[in-house]
Design a protein around this ligand. Structure first.
Ligand code: AMP
Length: 190
């Protein structure tokens, strides 16, 4: 099984690269951000609670996203593998993911981190906000809050995978195809 964690701050290009990786490797895409937006558009209680935090640029509680990922792993038992996009975002989530995969006799193959500086992220997210309609992409203050949440709570997750010798970082600035080739080169070594 190929289980890839695609890592990087909001606006790093994880979603774009995930689509290309799915096409190439036939993986299931698990984006907790997409799953949460799905809950919001269905008007579920979970979605309503999550929306308040998401609109503020804050992370939703670990238990909420871990529960969603657990359900998706159970629902896709015959998958060739998964791309985790926007998850894990805390060390507690990374530990829970290891436990979930272990219980299925599987494991993370590796993490690929897309490196993009904060100014470029802010520029990309504001641009994306014009099309995406996402409230959290529209306001520079919220964008900066999301980047701060990432720097405070999510960057330690890279260390978690470094300790397991599963971490590779690549330059996230360049053409979509250049970045894709760099990710594929990493995956081919797993
Ligand atoms: P994203 O689409 O990955 O940028 O996520 C949008 C928002 O959803 C984030 O700013 C968080 O509020 C929430 N979110 C998505 N994934 C997670 C996660 N793994 N842990 C906590 N909050 C998350």
């Amino acid at each position: 099984m190929l289980n890839l964690v695609l890592f990087g701050p909001p606006g790093a290009g994880k979603g774009t690269q995930s689509q290309k990786l799915i096409d190439k490797y036939g993986l299931i895409h698990l984006s907790t951000g997409d799953l949460l937006r799905g809950e919001i558009s269905q008007g579920t209680e979970l979605g309503l609670e999550a929306k308040k935090l998401m609109d503020e640029g804050l992370l939703v509680p670990d238990a909420v996203v871990i529960g969603m990922i657990s359900n998706k792993l159970d629902a896709n038992k015959d998958a060739k593998g998964f791309i985790f996009d926007g998850f894990p975002r805390t060390v507690a989530q990374a530990e829970a993911l290891d436990t979930l995969l272990e219980s299925k006799s599987s494991a993370i193959s590796g993490m690929v981190a897309l490196e993009v500086d904060d100014d470029e992220l802010e520029r990309r997210l504001l641009l994306r906000g014009k099309d995406s309609g996402r409230p959290d992409d529209a306001d520079p203050a919220i964008i900066r809050k999301r980047i701060k949440e990432y720097n405070d709570k999510t960057t330690p997750v890279a260390g978690y995978y470094k300790n397991q010798d599963k971490f590779t970082s690549i330059n996230g600035i360049g053409s979509i195809d250049e970045i894709f080739s760099a990710i594929v080169a990493v995956i081919e070594k797993y």
